[in-house]
Design a protein around this ligand. Sequence first.
Ligand code: IVH
Length: 695
Amino acid sequence: MTAKPVDQLTEAEAVEELTKLADEITAHDIRYYQEDQPSVSDADYDALKQRNTAIEQAFPHLVRENSPSLRVGAARSEQFAPVEHGVPMLSLDNAFSDEDAAEFDARVKRFLRLDSDPVAYTAEPKIDGLSASLRYENGLLVRGATRGDGRVGEDVTENLRTLSEIPKRLKGAGWPEVIEVRGEVYLGHAEFAALNAAAEAAGQRTYANPRNAAAGSLRQIDPKITAQRPLRFFAYAWGLLSGPFAETQWEALQKLKAWGFQTTPQSQRVEGLEGLLAAYREAEAVRPHLGFDIDGVVYKVDRLDWQSRLGFVSRAPRWGIARKFPAQQARTVLEAIDIQVGRTGALTPVARLTPVTVGGVVVTNATLHNADEIARLDVRIGDTVILQRAGDVIPQIVSVIEAERPAEAHPYDFPHECPCPLTTPVVRETTATGAETVVRRCSGEFACPFQKLAHLRHFVSRKAFDIEGLGEKQLTAFSERGWLTAPADIFCLHEHRDELLTTERYGETSVSNLLANIETRRTIALDRFIYGLGIRHIGETTATVMARGYGTAEAFLAAMDKVADRDPEAIDELDAMDQIGSAVIEAAAAYFAEDHNRKLVQDLREQLTILDAEKPKTDTAVAGKTVVFTGALEKMTRDEAKAQAERLGAKVSGSVSKKTDIVVAGPGAGSKLKTAAELGIQVLTEDEWLALVAG
Ligand code: IVH
């Protein structure tokens, strides 16, 4: 779409476009800030915002009250308690070129009435994560919040406490009595890749990029899940202060470091425009080697007294600007579309591309997500496409150059059959309410060799049965020989020992090692057994919850049979388990309703010794109670308190609701204590709690 130049717009056209832009930007904001699932690239989003601003500048009287240029982010989601920031969390204006940077420097000097002396700035890599505000009182972390709409954020204290890079107690001395430390929660590339690989193995939704993964991981209702995600934190700013603590931004960064925070590596103090430009080039050069995403460089006037004089205009400071990297894009040709079949049978189209370098990395494949995405792009084999590395990691096709389309290219016909030899029909998945989703699945289940292989891969994966020496290559080879059709066959591989030994590349040692590894896994924990079955929606955490809930394999399997028969009591029992909802119940019921799955599980069980899980206690004073810890604990860490409570059969939650039975409040407790009082919930001090659990 080529938009009309702003100076040629009539007023009526401007009104119409501003309305459209406001709607479009709001929709993207909601997907980005509330759902952690953006549907456009940052570059496209920035382009919409720039267009909006340009029209508003040409027609200032048309600026809407709800203009996207006047707000930061989107409304909070309802899942978390609101927290009003002591000082609003604002955003930065963007600069996209050396000229924009020069304009920023000139504006600063003009405003401060400085003449020729170069201004000192800090230049800090702009980390691409989500911002958080941490309130410390007397050096103790009392509250942590997301940005939200900038004025009111979400209370994610318990989740933020699980980050090892967030000090619960500030180190050293000299911190103001009250300080809101601000910074970015993010995930490194390696951690992101591991998280997505695990999600994929569990048949769960993967994240598009590290930033969404960080946002999704932080905004979990259950801090236990956040704790399992290797989130990191860089501090770079502050909000409310009970008193000043530094004279320059540079000094402030050093203090934050001394108090126990990480600050962005490669941050530097520079002089004048030349320094700003050089810092940007350096950031471009180090970007591929950092191991985490940055999307530009933040320039800040170093002297804090000057920052105060410069102040803010609407939602952004005059003393700082974000110099953004251009999107990393390249052109290439779509040579083919391959269909991959996952463990759950989902068909994922993968674009095979003529290799091309994007931002220093050679790209040959890109995900096309699903049939709807192919239709939306109208991408056809032979098309020249624009490729973009979104959030630095996953390459995406952003558009098609239609003018270069070969005459013979025809719209892509998404397969109606699974590409496996069984050619089972592909069905479009529907949700519980009957709505169609974008996912198409092979209906062949375990009979589909692709799904079977994917299932076996999952079964032997690290968090399931963890069988070393059984990689994709071996699984494929053994399946082709007919030795492996179901997981139970793995435990009969020793019957093929002689054949294995005569097989090319298998020496005595590797065969012995493999068979020994398999033998050690014949005894398995119940949670690994459940997870290894690879039932949809039953990932590692859910499997652990179920294992603890049922305690033994007998109880688990008996309950699953009843769930499959829609026994209301069995369904209620499962539903009552922490974090288990209708998706898991439906998936478990569907799985155990299939005869071939029951047989698969039965065969497997005959090969195994499945260890009982530790059942939570039921005979303690707090068994079955839901407990919330808030404020600072003095006798134990939060993790210890939680682990102890759980051992004694209590459920620990991060937020106070009608379901809460006990709130344990330490010094600095805030909104949760208030909510507890409003709801009439029992509130205990740490000592009272300890006395209670000691019996
Ligand atoms: S300072 C008044 N410094 O970029 C705003 N922000 O577009 C003060 N960010 O909301 C923000 N690295 O999420 C600042 N070194 C850095 C940053 C940084 C990343 C993010 C932050 C902020 C956004 C502004």
